[in-house]
Design a protein around this ligand. Structure first.
Ligand SMILES: [Zn+2]
Length: 175
């Protein structure tokens, strides 16, 4: 009898364990599927930007990064593993298509303050990627984007946070 009860207890535990794992992995699968369109878009952007020969002349980018770090907007070394490059983006002055890339529109060149502020905005998106589980940022961003009918302004909650960080950067950088 005891053995039987023990068996039931183990079986119940095992079922519970498998159910939990099942739910967790189904959730992960859903997140990855949900992240897919964003990721294909990100791949297209990276391809376009690498063709743009964006790697040249990053002096202004380095200087913007230094400025943000000295002002305390960014932590020292925060973007060390992020490639930051110029890229003529469509309808955007900056973009972080994934946790490892930031692109800035060449129109910003010659405008060091605006370059730094745009970089701060994109750096905040990098923080959002880093805080999320794989695929979570892409999924949440896409869902919010659809919910607000394609907005990328302060009506989009993840953009609002980035714009608020941008505002803070503006204050911390001074004039
Ligand atoms: Zn943004």
């Amino acid at each position: 009898m005891r053995k039987f009860i023990l068996f039931i207890v183990i079986l119940a535990g095992l079922t519970h364990y498998l159910a939990e794992r099942g739910v967790a992995s189904a959730q992960a699968v859903r997140t990855q599927a949900c992240a897919l369109p964003f990721r294909s878009f990100a791949t297209a952007v990276r391809t376009q930007c690498s063709k743009a020969g964006a790697g040249d002349d990053i002096l202004e980018i380095r200087s913007a990064l230094g400025r943000l770090t000295r002002a305390g907007v960014l932590e020292p070394g925060e973007l060390d593993d992020v490639e930051i490059a110029w890229c003529p983006l469509d309808e955007a002055t900056g973009m972080a298509p994934d946790a490892g890339h930031i692109y800035l529109h060449p129109d910003l060149r010659g405008h060091p303050r605006q370059t730094a502020i745009t970089l701060a905005h994109e750096a905040f998106h990098i923080r959002q990627y880093r805080m999320a589980e794989p695929g979570e940022f892409e999924c949440a961003y896409s869902l919010a984007f659809v919910a607000c009918r394609g907005c990328q302004d302060r009506d989009h909650p993840m953009e609002r946070a980035a714009f608020e960080f941008e505002d803070r950067a503006r204050r911390m950088l001074g004039r």
